[in-house]
Design a protein around this ligand. Structure first.
Ligand SMILES: NC(=O)c1ccc[n+]([C@@H]2O[C@H](COP(=O)([O-])OP(=O)(O)OC[C@H]3O[C@@H](n4cnc5c(N)ncnc54)[C@H](O)[C@@H]3O)[C@@H](O)[C@H]2O)c1
Length: 252
């Protein structure tokens, strides 16, 4: 087996993979031989078509990660299409549409929605895939955190808090699920140019670049190799870890 096909045959669900960084994860995993479930609240057809056109295998599933019934249906569709579930990537999040604001000005409903999608969503998704992973003898869960947890970005409290919960959840889940041969890790991306950030002022990116050891813009392609590694058998003995992929902005 070469690096290029280290995910051969693995069934990987990636939430929020119709666009942005999630789509880049999906395309890379498919290129390494995985069978993909592209799950999103927005239409998934374009992402699925891109994967199949490149010779990969994928299905699209409409799913709102904040709703238990929707998430269970998504796991059911994955099992029906591919027989099992090897890897879950909890990438979906409320991010691009969140409004910046001082903590005393944040909208309570928006706070609740961020928590429902970014925190409850990953838990619901793990719950839904667990029976298939246990039946299959193990699995891998990869949660997507954020460098904002370590840098404490101001005026974004609900989002930063939700991603802090992802770090805590990753550790507690790893302890709880290790007995089932299920690993749980997280990636903490730095500020990344994607569909979620392309409308932000260039100044935000310029300031971030100055805070990095590697002084350049981060792209989704900078993240996909780490994701593929954590999804592969090369990472069988890594669990409960948060890997920062941020050009050396944070070091901890
Ligand atoms: N772009 C960055 O700078 C950056 C930095 C650190 C972490 N992240 C994290 O990386 C991940 C991807 O970010 P992105 O920049 O591609 O953002 P994005 O907003 O472009 O993508 C998020 C995806 O999640 C989907 N989604 C939103 N709500 C959903 C729901 N309820 N159910 C299912 N899917 C839903 C969206 O439709 C979209 O496809 C997110 O978890 C984000 O928090 C991004």
């Amino acid at each position: 087996m070469t690096v290029a096909d280290r995910l051969r045959g693995k069934v990987i669900i990636i939430t929020g993979s119709a666009r942005g960084i999630g789509r880049a994860y999906a395309e890379r995993c498919a290129a390494e031989g995985a069978r993909l479930v592209v799950a999103d609240v927005i239409p998934t057809q374009a992402a699925v078509d891109a994967i199949t056109k490149a010779g990969g295998e994928a299905i699209g599933v409409a799913c709102d990660v904040s709703r238990a019934a929707s998430v269970e249906a998504m796991a059911g569709a994955a099992r029906q299409a591919f027989g099992g579930i090897d890897v879950l990537v909890n990438n979906a999040a409320m991010f691009a549409t969140i409004r910046f604001g001082k903590l005393q000005d944040l909208d309570e409903q928006e706070w609740d929605r961020v928590m429902a999608i970014n925190v409850k969503g990953p838990w619901l998704c793990v719950k839904a895939v667990l029976p298939a992973m246990i039946e299959g003898g193990g699995g891998k869960i990869i949660n997507i955190a954020s460098s904002t947890v370590y840098t404490g970005v101001p005026n974004f409290l609900h989002y930063v808090t939700s991603k802090g919960a992802i770090v805590a959840m990753t550790r507690a889940m790893a302890r709880e699920l290790g007995r089932h041969n299920i690993t749980v890790n997280a990636i903490a991306p730095g500020y990344t140019m994607s569909t979620g950030t392309e409308h932000n002022p260039e100044k935000v990116n310029e300031n971030t670049i100055r805070s990095r050891a590697l002084r350049r813009t981060q792209y989704p392609e900078d993240l996909v190799g780490t994701l593929a590694h954590l999804a592969s058998d090369d990472a069988n003995f890594i669990t409960g870890q948060v890997i920062s992929v941020d050009g050396g902005e944070g070091m901890h």
